[in-house]
Design a protein around this ligand. Structure first.
Ligand code: GDP
Ligand code: CA
Length: 330
């Protein structure tokens, strides 16, 4: 079975870890892995150059989480991290003092930058970097091109990371723009992963700056519309709240309510040119299921809190079984 997952960083990483766990239990390959092939198409809109290094936060969040090398308590970065190099950079007055680069994490950024500087595209650099770890999931950046997300605010236009990390999304966002997106193309393997999938899962990731960025790359939407795989989304919103993070600020900026129902309608039903065949909402949002199903998005209510490995695996299992849900009435 070929499974393709559209993913942002932390929410996507938890979902992918649960999916891998579920598949190892139901489709074991006899060596601790799984016979299912999982490919994650990952947002690169948060990427940036900082101190001459290429940072790719969502790719790294997924890699560290699947490698078991992530810091669960802090919620991002490497476990056992130190920040000695960052302290030196601050002392020299370069970089962003509010954006800490851990010492271990810098090893990843230096490796990535080394490859990029020697002409290796991001997708190949990612393949080489992830080969070090036993991830059990293939990570594909959605594009090799630089399509950094800019946030337009009344205080000026800034890189998404500055708005998110420095300002904690507190400046009202007028809109999000991806630099050079019109000229971007999907990275090698991405369109194939969509076209040849048996099922496509949209992770419970930020609908605007993670999934929205992926959908913004020319060619991606058309390939999703055209694939014979069913597309199942998992709501990142539970009971009108974002669970973790500040995605509500992004939804507000694009005029979408912070609710599981509004996000589903924003993605749209595939048979009306949208993204979704099916959608999972949390049990607390069960009320929205009937109306969404009637609008062409087969909706099921199940627990969506990814508290630990088992609950994350159950979310993934429910997403896979929703792939064979009959369509709601039209
Ligand atoms: P980022 O790139 O690190 O911001 O991560 P993503 O874009 O992959 O996902 C962020 C979103 O995941 C958050 O805005 C939440 O809405 C969602 N999320 C986080 N934890 C959970 C969870 O346990 N359950 C669900 N359903 N969504 C979650
Ligand atoms: Ca991100």
């Amino acid at each position: 079975m070929k499974i393709t997952v559209l993913s942002g960083g932390v929410g996507g990483a938890r979902f992918l870890r649960g999916l891998r766990h579920h598949l190892r239990e139901v489709l074991p390959d006899g060596s601790g892995g799984t016979t299912a092939e999982v490919t994650a198409v990952v947002n690169t809109g948060d990427d940036m150059w900082l101190n001459s290094l290429r940072i790719a936060p969502d790719l790294d969040s997924i890699m560290y989480t699947l490698a078991g090398a992530n810091d669960e308590v802090r919620g991002w970065g490497r476990i056992g991290e130190t920040e000695r190099v960052s302290a030196e950079l601050n002392a020299y007055g370069i970089g962003w003092p509010w954006f800490t680069l851990g010492d271990l994490d810098l090893g990843t950024h230096i490796t990535r930058t080394h490859y990029l500087r020697t002409g290796v595209p991001l997708s190949e650099a990612t393949a080489r970097i992830t080969a070090r770890w036993d991830l059990g999931v293939t990570l594909l950046p959605v594009t090799d091109d630089e399509v950094e997300t800019q946030v337009v605010t009344d205080e000026g236009t800034m890189h998404f990371q500055e708005w998110w990390t420095r300002h904690r999304a507190a400046l009202a966002a007028r809109r999000f723009e991806q630099l050079n997106v019109g000229a971007a193309t999907p990275a090698p393997g991405v369109l194939e992963a969509i076209a040849h999938a048996d099922v496509i899962l949209v992770a419970p990731s930020n609908p605007v700056v993670s999934i929205g960025t992926i959908l913004g790359i020319p060619g991606i939407r058309a390939s999703l519309l055209g694939t014979s795989a069913r597309i199942v989304g998992v709501s990142p919103i539970i009971a009108g709240s974002v669970v973790r993070g500040m995605a509500d600020a992004c939804l507000t900026a694009i005029g979408v309510q912070t609710s599981a129902e509004a996000v589903a309608l924003h993605y749209g039903a595939r048979d009306s040119g949208g993204l979704l065949d099916a959608w999972l909402v949390d049990e607390t949002d069960a009320d929205s299921a009937a109306a969404l199903s009637a609008s062409g998005i087969a909706t099921r209510a199940v627990p969506l809190w990814m508290r630990d490995l088992d609950s994350s695996a159950q979310v993934a299992a429910d997403a896979l079984s929703a792939a064979s849900l009959p369509q709601g009435p039209r």
